[in-house]
Design a protein around this ligand. Structure first.
Ligand code: NGS
Length: 294
């Protein structure tokens, strides 16, 4: 995938300019094909417009209203490449969508708390009633979907996990396949399902485990996770240094299901403070303090 690497140097403004341009001239639309992980299905001739914080395909009514949520701490280099590619991908699938970057900016030096960031992002969406989101996509910033047949649509009663096979960009090793219990990477689910399991635990600081915790929540609530077929669920992983591990993760997992009702989405509000909400047409960038009153 040599052609994605240069885009780690582009700015948010460049991406914005690019996507503004493609709305105007047909010639530039074809440019997306060469700059993203395009594959076999293409609807790229459909123009898009941006109204009320959502991107809409012109002349098409999408089945769902989708929010793509990306938790972040540092890693702007991955975020730009991701955003560049995910817009093209979403448009080829005729989604009506919005993209939310949920960045942990405080406390400085603290480890990443991905669960809190997702809970905060979902709360933000819930509070923006006019968005009327019906499908949540919980997405790692370093994963780029490579097959357009991997539909970014929510199933009505099952969460859908789509990162089955992942290959590091530039690696000759082929695709890695993870364990069956894994739901980390990319997960699609309705708001109802998110609430049913009380979202993520708020207690995981650092790398690892918060996704397995959510997996246990689904099991406890008798919710089955579905997956697309192997050939479709393929991703390119962007390079980045690994975050600090969470050494408490196995202890936390042991008691995960006991905490389900008292540790999660319903408890997030006093823990967070929205530091800044920057609306751009390419993304809504939310900056958060995730340790507000502790
Ligand atoms: C497991 C982690 C998950 C993680 C998965 C894949 O070991 O949180 O690896 O990680 N679980 C625990 O540590 C308990 S990855 O290779 O994608 O960085 O999502």
């Amino acid at each position: 995938f040599p052609y994605i690497v240069p885009y780690s140097n582009i700015t948010f403004n460049d991406i914005e300019n690019f996507y503004t341009k493609i709305l105007v001239t047909k010639k530039n639309q074809t440019k997306i094909l060469r700059t993203s992980f395009a594959s076999n299905i293409s609807f790229e001739n459909v123009p898009y417009i941006y109204i009320n914080d959502m991107w809409h395909p012109v002349g098409v009514i999408s089945a769902q209203r989708t929010a793509i949520l990306i938790p972040l701490q540092g890693r702007d280099f991955n975020a730009k490449t991701f955003i560049f590619n995910i817009h093209a991908f979403a448009r080829r699938q005729l989604l009506t969508y919005t993209i939310l970057l949920i960045e942990q900016v405080h406390p400085l030096g603290h480890r990443f708390n991905k669960g809190r960031l997702f809970n905060a992002g979902v709360r933000y969406i819930q509070n923006q009633e006019s968005l009327n989101i019906t499908c949540l996509i919980l997405h790692d910033v370093d994963l780029i979907p490579e097959n357009d047949g991997n539909f970014y649509t929510c199933e009505p009663i099952h969460p859908k996990h789509t990162t089955i096979r992942v290959q590091q960009v530039g690696s000759k090793r082929g695709y890695t396949r993870y364990y069956e219990f894994l739901i980390g990477g990319v997960l699609l689910l309705t708001m109802d399902l998110y609430k049913k399991v009380n979202g993520f635990s708020n207690l995981y600081w650092g790398w690892g485990g918060e996704d397995d915790d959510l997996s246990l929540r689904f099991i406890q609530r008798r919710i089955c996770v579905v997956r697309p077929s192997d050939g479709l669920a393929i991703y390119a992983a962007l390079p980045h240094p690994r975050g600090q591990r969470n050494n408490a993760r196995f202890n936390l997992l042991t008691w995960s299901t006991v905490r389900l009702d008292t540790d999660g989405f319903a408890q997030i509000d006093p823990m967070i403070r929205f530091v800044e909400i920057q609306k751009r047409s390419t993304v809504t960038h939310i900056k958060l303090d995730v340790n507000a009153n502790e």
